[in-house]
Design a protein around this ligand. Structure first.
Ligand code: HEM
Length: 319
């Protein structure tokens, strides 16, 4: 098989650069996730996720990040494949060198991490993209648009439910149209009000079921269907995934906690080797600094792993 020719050193450097970027990302991600541990109804974590979900620089970063993960995997596989093709006949004696078993371990842990990432994306990221259903939240102020508020006010003044009010207005406008013609404008007005009934329903559920945060900023625990409804009736309301409550609910499930702990263990193994070898590949390590880089790498890998683990375990224990 002919693969495009890129020198294997170049591939190694690319893998190391992409891996270095991913190492920085996991530290950032693990630190941010600690906000889930705050008992503040998700005020800080939701504000963080809202920023991450709406800021366009972050959106670009997200695409770059996902691209880098794919490239990191692809270049590694390519490297392994071209190395194998370069020696089609296997050694008679199985290789027992440390480097060989380390790179095998890296390839295996890398593949398993990729599988775990798919599990992780199914839990969170795919909910944002809309491929998986989850729980959603919306800023309270976004539902208080002038039409919805006037519908509620009028219904209150006339002592009716909003549905009854819209029916009544429709009947009246039908009679008026029969007498005066020109129905288009009135019909558009009534249709506009009718489309706000679904928003009113969600607002009513929010006040009846107490799903508004204490600071009144967010309406939470919205279903997928309610999100779709709001997207149609009020496109600018833009409901977003409620990652705080989703994480808190998911990590109450022992099976999932165990799966995530396995995920973190694999990540730890991968990072322990990745850190010093990235430095070595990029020519930033020598005999003098290698021991220090090894130690810093260990501290880094354990720190990131402990932060991820603490989030999941403490949520499970209800701390
Ligand atoms: C305590 C454990 C973890 C929690 C609670 C968590 C939570 C989340 C959440 C809520 C998202 C969606 C954020 C958004 O799109 O706005 C996300 C995305 C992501 N997570 Fe995690 N995560 C955890 C562990 C990990 C680990 C161990 C890795 C990598 C090895 C990882 C890699 C990613 C990636 C690549 C994304 C997609 C990019 C992004 O949206 O930031 N996560 N995670």
């Amino acid at each position: 098989m002919d693969l495009p020719k890129i020198h294997s050193i170049t591939k190694k450097i690319l893998v190391a650069l992409l891996g270095g970027f991913l190492l920085l990302f996991v530290l950032f991600h693990a630190s941010a996730n600690l906000l889930i541990l705050r008992h503040d109804e998700g005020a800080w974590y939701s504000a963080f996720c809202h920023f991450m979900g709406t800021n366009w620089i972050v959106k670009v970063f997200e695409i770059v990040l996902l691209g880098f993960i794919l490239l990191h995997v692809l270049f590694t596989l390519w490297l392994v494949l071209t190395n194998r093709l370069a020696r089609p006949v296997r050694y008679r004696q199985p290789q027992r060198s440390k480097t060989h078993s380390t790179s095998k371990l890296m390839a295996l842990s890398g593949i398993l991490i990729f599988v775990c990432l798919i599990m992780h994306f199914t839990d969170f990221y795919f909910v944002k993209v809309g491929w998986v259903k989850g729980e959603y939240m919306v800023k309270t102020e976004k539902l208080q648009d002038p039409e919805t508020m006037s519908l509620l006010q009028m219904a209150q003044q006339w002592g009716m439910t909003p549905e009854e009010l819209v029916d009544e207005l429709e009947q009246e406008s039908a009679m008026y149209t029969e007498e005066n013609g020109d129905a288009a404008e009135t019909k558009a007005y009534i249709d506009g009000l009718r489309s706000k009934l679904s928003v009113v329903k969600i607002m009513q559920r929010a006040s009846q079921e107490g799903i508004i945060t204490q600071n009144g900023q967010w309406i939470r625990h919205l279903t997928y269907d309610e999100r779709q409804t709001l997207r149609q009736a009020l496109p600018e309301s833009d409901p977003e995934p409620d990652f705080y409550y989703m994480a808190r609910a998911k990590f109450k499930n022992l099976y999932l906690v165990v799966m995530y702990l396995l995920f973190f263990a694999l990540l730890l193994v991968h990072m322990l080797h990745a850190f010093p070898s990235a430095f070595q590949t990029l020519g930033l390590s020598n005999y003098k600094y290698a021991p220090a880089i090894e130690v810093i790498g260990k501290i880094y890998a354990w720190l990131v792993t402990l932060m991820f683990t603490a989030t999941v375990v403490l949520v499970y224990l209800g701390v």
